[in-house]
Ligand binder design. Structure first.
Ligand SMILES: Nc1ncnc2c1ncn2[C@@H]1O[C@H](COP(=O)(O)OP(=O)(O)OP(=O)(O)O)[C@@H](O)[C@H]1O
Ligand SMILES: [Mg+2]
Length: 369
């Protein structure tokens, strides 16, 4: 048996799981946490669990992350039950408590772990293979936001403060341009100019929020396709996963990030920009799926901003890549010279693509609203 980076058997022993531990292996293709699937023998039946080590470099206060997740899941389970759903434990993640009753366990090295019921007969996809998948994911994320709209109690913790504060991301870029600490601005003249010309768009959503035109909601904040489990039999989205970044935010951040990630024809760091194209059919599927669920609670202004949220969030990620390139690649991992600049170029190309399709995108929203 190959050795694992962590002693998963020892971790698993600290959670209230019946039966005999049989095996564990690294699982999934997540980039943030370490995820393992274990197998327990429960009276002759093999039952799987997911164990995750929370990345405490990104989530500096893992117990706050877990407090959010506990509240969110308790609420989801309650709502699904009231709605008469019978397969609740496939429709929302379920935490297995640790032996001390908490929902997480800290190992002797200081790593925070959690355990979930393994959702069987469903899968996540790293690449969107069809508009049907985009539709299913968007519908699930909309449903998720809807189910959390009446979460009682205090505001959730902001696990990553200022995550989508685009104007402050822009300020950080302006500082990086001025400092030019890695002496790279000379290689990014066109991108800097592109970014500076779009300063005015960065504040539009925040302004609408400040003026009370769009509300704060509970949002997922990492709405990639592979954070929704699709049912093997029906292809429908059944469960939203990866809840570390669930926190107060704007619904449009979630939709904008779907539009950013699901409509692109290329990989994230494609160097041949002629391959970086916007897929209209994916955007249409996202709008259709999202409005089918979120259309019930979004207000008029939020709907009017849906098409704009795509270029906005794409621009935001683009300036983050540009900032990191100028600062000497200190935040995003790179595997080759200039990779962050390439990533920035891909995002900016997508911004251009969306800007040139603005009317068509608006029309799609109107069709399904
Ligand atoms: N309860 C579960 N049942 C089955 N599979 C799961 C479950 N939870 C997670 N997975 C699988 O593990 C993968 C990684 O999980 P997750 O998305 O939570 O990790 P992550 O490291 O935070 O990912 P990311 O890079 O998206 O931030 C998922 O894409 C999914 O395939
Ligand atoms: Mg994930």
């Amino acid at each position: 048996m190959k050795t694992l980076k962590h002693d998963v058997a020892a971790v698993a022993r600290n959670f209230s799981i019946w039966g005999d531990f049989k095996s564990a292996e690294p699982y999934g293709s997540g980039h943030i946490n370490d995820t393992y699937a274990s197998v327990f023998d429960q009276g002759g039946t093999a039952v799987r669990y997911i164990h995750q080590r929370i990345n405490h470099l990104i989530f500096k206060q893992p117990d706050r992350v877990m407090e959010n997740i506990e509240r969110v899941l308790a609420h989801l389970h309650g709502k699904l039950k009231t709605d008469g759903i019978t397969d609740i434990h496939r429709r929302a993640l379920t935490l297995i408590p640790a032996r001390d009753g908490k929902s997480w366990f800290v190992d002797p090295e200081g790593n925070t772990w959690r355990t979930y019921i393994f959702i069987e007969k469903a899968a996540t996809y790293d690449v969107i293979e069809s508009p049907q998948m985009a539709y299913a994911a968007a519908r699930s994320f909309g449903e998720f936001q809807g189910l959390l709209a009446d979460l009682p109690g205090e505001r959730l913790h902001e696990t990553i403060p200022g995550f989508h504060d685009t104007p402050s991301r822009f300020n950080v870029l302006e500082k990086a341009i001025q400092a030019d600490s890695a002496n790279r601005a000379q290689h990014a003249r066109a991108e800097i100019e592109f970014a500076l010309a779009r300063k005015s768009m960065t504040g539009r959503l925040i302004q609408a929020f400040t003026e009370g035109r769009i509300p704060e909601r509970i949002t997922h904040n990492d709405t990639k396709l592979n954070n929704v489990m699709l049912d093997n039999a029906s292809g429908q989205g059944i469960c939203v996963i990866d809840l570390d970044t669930v926190m107060p935010g704007l619904a449009l951040y979630d939709f904008g990030d779907m539009a950013r990630t699901a409509t692109r024809s290329s990989v994230e760091d494609e160097r041949d920009l002629t391959k970086v194209l916007f897929k209209d059919e994916m955007f249409e599927a996202l709008v259709r799926g999202y409005l089918e669920s979120a259309g019930r609670f979004l207000n008029r202004q939020e709907i009017d901003f849906l098409a704009f949220s795509g270029p906005l969030i794409t621009f935001e990620i683009g300036i983050r890549f540009l900032t990191d390139y100028l600062a000497g690649d200190t935040y995003f991992k790179t595997h080759r010279e200039g990779q962050n600049l390439d990533r920035c170029r891909v995002q900016f190309k997508m911004v251009r693509e969306m800007e040139s399709r603005r009317d068509a995108m608006e029309a799609m929203v109107r069709r399904y609203a």
